[in-house]
Ligand binder design. Structure first.
Ligand code: SAM
Length: 275
Protein backbone atom coordinates (compact mmCIF):
# COMPACT_ATOMS: atom_id res chain seq x y z
CA UNK A 1 0.00 0.00 0.00
CA UNK A 2 2.76 2.44 0.89
CA UNK A 3 4.42 2.06 -2.55
CA UNK A 4 1.14 2.64 -4.34
CA UNK A 5 0.38 5.64 -2.15
CA UNK A 6 3.86 7.13 -2.57
CA UNK A 7 3.65 6.69 -6.37
CA UNK A 8 0.27 8.43 -6.40
CA UNK A 9 1.65 11.24 -4.24
CA UNK A 10 4.65 11.65 -6.55
CA UNK A 11 2.34 11.98 -9.55
CA UNK A 12 0.35 14.54 -7.60
CA UNK A 13 3.46 16.58 -6.78
CA UNK A 14 4.61 16.45 -10.41
CA UNK A 15 1.24 17.91 -11.42
CA UNK A 16 1.14 20.43 -8.56
CA UNK A 17 4.68 21.64 -9.33
CA UNK A 18 3.62 22.64 -12.85
CA UNK A 19 0.77 24.63 -11.30
CA UNK A 20 2.87 26.10 -8.48
CA UNK A 21 5.75 27.56 -10.49
CA UNK A 22 3.38 29.98 -12.22
CA UNK A 23 1.07 30.59 -9.25
CA UNK A 24 0.43 33.85 -7.40
CA UNK A 25 0.83 31.89 -4.16
CA UNK A 26 4.53 31.21 -4.82
CA UNK A 27 5.09 34.44 -6.82
CA UNK A 28 8.35 33.22 -8.35
CA UNK A 29 8.74 36.45 -10.32
CA UNK A 30 9.42 38.51 -7.20
CA UNK A 31 11.99 35.93 -6.07
CA UNK A 32 13.69 36.20 -9.49
CA UNK A 33 13.74 39.98 -9.68
CA UNK A 34 14.72 40.44 -6.01
CA UNK A 35 11.52 42.09 -4.71
CA UNK A 36 11.01 39.09 -2.35
CA UNK A 37 14.41 37.43 -2.36
CA UNK A 38 14.08 35.38 0.86
CA UNK A 39 11.20 32.96 1.44
CA UNK A 40 12.15 31.44 4.76
CA UNK A 41 10.58 33.36 7.65
CA UNK A 42 12.36 35.61 10.14
CA UNK A 43 11.72 33.23 13.05
CA UNK A 44 13.41 30.41 11.11
CA UNK A 45 16.42 32.57 10.31
CA UNK A 46 16.70 33.57 13.99
CA UNK A 47 16.33 29.99 15.25
CA UNK A 48 18.66 28.38 12.70
CA UNK A 49 21.31 31.06 13.24
CA UNK A 50 23.96 32.10 10.75
CA UNK A 51 24.21 29.75 7.77
CA UNK A 52 27.16 31.58 6.22
CA UNK A 53 29.51 29.00 4.75
CA UNK A 54 27.57 26.12 6.29
CA UNK A 55 26.45 23.04 4.38
CA UNK A 56 22.66 22.71 4.44
CA UNK A 57 20.57 19.76 3.24
CA UNK A 58 16.91 20.60 2.54
CA UNK A 59 14.64 17.54 2.65
CA UNK A 60 11.42 17.72 0.58
CA UNK A 61 12.51 20.99 -1.00
CA UNK A 62 9.68 21.27 -3.57
CA UNK A 63 10.96 23.51 -6.41
CA UNK A 64 13.64 25.09 -4.32
CA UNK A 65 12.42 28.54 -3.23
CA UNK A 66 13.36 27.94 0.41
CA UNK A 67 16.55 26.09 -0.53
CA UNK A 68 17.68 28.99 -2.70
CA UNK A 69 16.70 31.45 0.04
CA UNK A 70 19.14 29.70 2.39
CA UNK A 71 21.75 29.94 -0.39
CA UNK A 72 21.12 33.68 -0.63
CA UNK A 73 21.73 33.81 3.14
CA UNK A 74 25.13 32.23 2.60
CA UNK A 75 24.61 28.46 2.86
CA UNK A 76 26.05 25.83 0.55
CA UNK A 77 22.79 24.06 -0.30
CA UNK A 78 21.56 20.66 -1.45
CA UNK A 79 17.82 20.15 -2.00
CA UNK A 80 16.08 16.79 -2.21
CA UNK A 81 12.62 15.95 -3.48
CA UNK A 82 11.02 12.87 -5.04
CA UNK A 83 9.21 14.86 -7.75
CA UNK A 84 11.14 14.97 -11.04
CA UNK A 85 9.16 18.09 -12.02
CA UNK A 86 10.09 19.81 -8.76
CA UNK A 87 13.79 19.01 -9.14
CA UNK A 88 13.81 20.15 -12.79
CA UNK A 89 12.06 23.41 -11.81
CA UNK A 90 14.48 23.94 -8.89
CA UNK A 91 17.50 23.48 -11.15
CA UNK A 92 16.03 25.84 -13.76
CA UNK A 93 15.28 28.47 -11.10
CA UNK A 94 18.79 28.20 -9.61
CA UNK A 95 20.28 28.72 -13.08
CA UNK A 96 17.93 31.64 -13.75
CA UNK A 97 18.88 33.50 -10.58
CA UNK A 98 22.51 32.42 -10.85
CA UNK A 99 22.71 30.61 -7.51
CA UNK A 100 25.02 27.67 -7.05
CA UNK A 101 22.91 24.81 -5.64
CA UNK A 102 22.68 21.05 -5.94
CA UNK A 103 19.30 19.35 -6.35
CA UNK A 104 18.84 15.58 -6.02
CA UNK A 105 15.75 13.65 -7.05
CA UNK A 106 15.06 10.96 -4.45
CA UNK A 107 12.41 9.62 -2.18
CA UNK A 108 13.47 10.77 1.26
CA UNK A 109 13.49 7.17 2.51
CA UNK A 110 15.91 6.12 -0.26
CA UNK A 111 18.25 9.09 0.07
CA UNK A 112 21.03 7.11 1.83
CA UNK A 113 21.27 4.99 -1.36
CA UNK A 114 22.10 8.00 -3.54
CA UNK A 115 23.78 10.53 -1.25
CA UNK A 116 26.81 9.68 0.85
CA UNK A 117 27.46 12.88 2.74
CA UNK A 118 26.85 14.77 5.99
CA UNK A 119 25.75 18.34 6.60
CA UNK A 120 25.96 21.07 9.27
CA UNK A 121 22.22 21.60 8.99
CA UNK A 122 19.40 19.34 7.83
CA UNK A 123 16.36 21.55 7.23
CA UNK A 124 12.77 20.64 6.38
CA UNK A 125 9.58 22.68 6.62
CA UNK A 126 5.92 23.37 6.01
CA UNK A 127 3.78 20.51 4.87
CA UNK A 128 6.37 17.72 4.85
CA UNK A 129 5.57 15.13 7.54
CA UNK A 130 2.01 14.36 6.42
CA UNK A 131 3.37 12.68 3.28
CA UNK A 132 5.45 10.19 5.26
CA UNK A 133 4.10 6.79 6.32
CA UNK A 134 6.92 5.98 8.78
CA UNK A 135 8.08 8.78 11.08
CA UNK A 136 10.76 6.63 12.77
CA UNK A 137 12.36 5.74 9.40
CA UNK A 138 12.19 9.41 8.35
CA UNK A 139 13.96 10.50 11.56
CA UNK A 140 16.71 7.91 11.00
CA UNK A 141 17.31 9.29 7.49
CA UNK A 142 17.34 12.90 8.71
CA UNK A 143 19.77 12.05 11.54
CA UNK A 144 22.00 10.03 9.17
CA UNK A 145 22.72 13.25 7.23
CA UNK A 146 23.52 15.46 10.24
CA UNK A 147 27.23 15.58 10.86
CA UNK A 148 28.51 15.35 14.45
CA UNK A 149 28.06 18.80 15.99
CA UNK A 150 25.39 19.68 13.41
CA UNK A 151 21.62 19.82 13.79
CA UNK A 152 18.20 19.08 12.33
CA UNK A 153 15.76 22.01 12.09
CA UNK A 154 12.09 21.34 11.40
CA UNK A 155 9.18 23.77 11.29
CA UNK A 156 5.77 22.32 10.52
CA UNK A 157 2.06 22.54 11.15
CA UNK A 158 1.32 21.31 14.67
CA UNK A 159 -0.29 17.83 14.77
CA UNK A 160 -3.04 19.32 16.99
CA UNK A 161 -4.02 21.70 14.17
CA UNK A 162 -4.33 18.71 11.83
CA UNK A 163 -7.15 16.99 13.69
CA UNK A 164 -9.86 19.54 12.84
CA UNK A 165 -12.22 19.48 9.88
CA UNK A 166 -10.98 21.76 7.13
CA UNK A 167 -14.08 21.59 4.95
CA UNK A 168 -17.35 23.49 5.36
CA UNK A 169 -16.36 25.12 8.65
CA UNK A 170 -16.34 28.75 9.77
CA UNK A 171 -13.47 30.52 11.54
CA UNK A 172 -13.40 29.35 15.15
CA UNK A 173 -15.43 26.21 14.41
CA UNK A 174 -13.28 23.35 15.69
CA UNK A 175 -14.81 20.04 14.69
CA UNK A 176 -12.73 16.91 15.35
CA UNK A 177 -12.27 14.89 12.14
CA UNK A 178 -8.79 13.41 11.69
CA UNK A 179 -6.56 11.10 13.76
CA UNK A 180 -3.93 12.55 16.08
CA UNK A 181 -1.62 9.54 16.43
CA UNK A 182 0.11 7.61 13.61
CA UNK A 183 -2.03 5.16 11.66
CA UNK A 184 -0.95 2.33 9.41
CA UNK A 185 -3.33 2.93 6.50
CA UNK A 186 -3.19 6.35 4.85
CA UNK A 187 -6.09 8.75 4.58
CA UNK A 188 -7.17 9.04 0.94
CA UNK A 189 -8.43 12.22 -0.72
CA UNK A 190 -9.64 12.91 -4.26
CA UNK A 191 -7.69 16.03 -5.13
CA UNK A 192 -9.47 19.21 -6.15
CA UNK A 193 -7.03 21.90 -7.22
CA UNK A 194 -4.00 22.69 -5.09
CA UNK A 195 -3.46 24.64 -1.88
CA UNK A 196 -1.72 27.22 -4.09
CA UNK A 197 -4.51 27.37 -6.66
CA UNK A 198 -7.80 25.71 -5.61
CA UNK A 199 -9.23 26.16 -9.12
CA UNK A 200 -6.39 24.42 -11.00
CA UNK A 201 -7.40 21.30 -12.98
CA UNK A 202 -6.32 18.14 -11.12
CA UNK A 203 -8.79 15.56 -12.40
CA UNK A 204 -8.03 11.97 -11.36
CA UNK A 205 -5.26 12.84 -8.90
CA UNK A 206 -5.35 11.23 -5.46
CA UNK A 207 -3.56 12.28 -2.27
CA UNK A 208 -2.57 9.91 0.52
CA UNK A 209 -1.66 11.24 3.94
CA UNK A 210 -0.47 10.11 7.34
CA UNK A 211 -0.66 11.74 10.76
CA UNK A 212 2.00 11.73 13.46
CA UNK A 213 1.58 13.08 16.96
CA UNK A 214 4.01 15.59 18.41
CA UNK A 215 5.20 12.95 20.88
CA UNK A 216 5.83 10.45 18.08
CA UNK A 217 7.81 13.04 16.06
CA UNK A 218 9.99 14.08 19.00
CA UNK A 219 10.51 10.50 20.18
CA UNK A 220 11.48 9.37 16.65
CA UNK A 221 14.10 12.14 16.53
CA UNK A 222 15.45 11.16 19.96
CA UNK A 223 15.51 7.46 19.02
CA UNK A 224 17.53 8.40 15.93
CA UNK A 225 20.29 9.75 18.20
CA UNK A 226 19.63 13.51 18.12
CA UNK A 227 19.31 15.63 21.28
CA UNK A 228 16.50 18.16 21.51
CA UNK A 229 17.65 21.79 21.77
CA UNK A 230 14.16 23.31 21.68
CA UNK A 231 10.58 22.67 20.71
CA UNK A 232 8.57 25.87 20.20
CA UNK A 233 4.80 25.68 19.84
CA UNK A 234 3.44 28.59 17.83
CA UNK A 235 -0.01 30.21 17.72
CA UNK A 236 -0.32 30.54 13.93
CA UNK A 237 -0.48 28.55 10.72
CA UNK A 238 1.48 29.87 7.76
CA UNK A 239 -1.19 29.21 5.12
CA UNK A 240 -4.94 29.73 4.72
CA UNK A 241 -6.88 27.41 7.06
CA UNK A 242 -10.71 27.48 7.09
CA UNK A 243 -11.14 27.49 10.89
CA UNK A 244 -8.62 30.33 11.38
CA UNK A 245 -8.58 34.03 10.46
CA UNK A 246 -5.80 35.90 8.70
CA UNK A 247 -3.97 38.53 10.75
CA UNK A 248 -2.27 41.71 9.57
CA UNK A 249 1.01 39.75 9.50
CA UNK A 250 -0.37 37.26 6.94
CA UNK A 251 -0.48 34.45 9.52
CA UNK A 252 -3.62 32.49 10.41
CA UNK A 253 -4.84 32.28 14.02
CA UNK A 254 -7.93 31.40 16.00
CA UNK A 255 -10.43 34.31 16.04
CA UNK A 256 -9.59 36.73 18.89
CA UNK A 257 -12.83 35.94 20.79
CA UNK A 258 -12.06 32.18 20.96
CA UNK A 259 -12.23 30.99 24.57
CA UNK A 260 -8.87 29.25 25.03
CA UNK A 261 -5.86 28.63 22.84
CA UNK A 262 -4.23 25.87 20.82
CA UNK A 263 -0.78 25.29 19.35
CA UNK A 264 -1.00 25.53 15.55
CA UNK A 265 2.60 25.28 14.29
CA UNK A 266 5.93 24.28 15.80
CA UNK A 267 9.64 24.59 15.29
CA UNK A 268 12.23 22.20 16.61
CA UNK A 269 15.99 21.96 16.68
CA UNK A 270 17.81 18.74 17.55
CA UNK A 271 21.59 18.29 17.52
CA UNK A 272 23.95 15.42 16.98
CA UNK A 273 26.58 15.28 19.71
CA UNK A 274 30.06 16.20 18.46
CA UNK A 275 32.23 13.10 17.85
C1 SAM B 1 4.50 21.14 0.84
S1 SAM B 1 5.94 20.76 -0.05
C2 SAM B 1 7.27 21.34 0.88
C3 SAM B 1 7.05 22.72 1.26
C4 SAM B 1 8.00 23.75 0.78
N1 SAM B 1 8.50 24.41 1.96
C5 SAM B 1 7.28 24.73 -0.12
O1 SAM B 1 6.21 25.26 0.25
O2 SAM B 1 7.77 24.99 -1.20
C6 SAM B 1 6.13 19.02 0.22
C7 SAM B 1 7.20 18.41 -0.69
O3 SAM B 1 7.44 17.07 -0.22
C8 SAM B 1 7.75 16.28 -1.36
N2 SAM B 1 7.59 14.88 -0.95
C9 SAM B 1 6.46 14.27 -0.52
N3 SAM B 1 6.72 13.00 -0.18
C10 SAM B 1 8.06 12.79 -0.41
C11 SAM B 1 8.93 11.70 -0.25
N4 SAM B 1 8.48 10.52 0.19
N5 SAM B 1 10.24 11.85 -0.58
C12 SAM B 1 10.70 13.04 -1.05
N6 SAM B 1 9.92 14.12 -1.23
C13 SAM B 1 8.61 14.01 -0.91
C14 SAM B 1 6.81 16.77 -2.45
O4 SAM B 1 7.24 16.45 -3.74
C15 SAM B 1 6.79 18.28 -2.16
O5 SAM B 1 7.68 18.96 -3.00
Amino acid sequence: MDDEALTSNRELWDAWTKIHVGSEFYDVESFRDGRKPIRVEDYEIAEVGSVEGRRLLHLQCHFGLDTLSWARLGADVTGVDFSAEAIAAARALAADVDINARFVQSDVYRLPEVLDDQFDIVYTSCGVLGWLPDIQAWARVAARFVKPGGFLYLTEIHPVAQVFDDEGVEPGQLRLRYPYWSHRDPLRFEVQGSYADPTAPTEGLVEYGWDHSLGEIVTAIADAGLRLDFLHELDFVRWPTPFLVEGADGRYRLPPDTPGQLPLFFSLKASKPAA
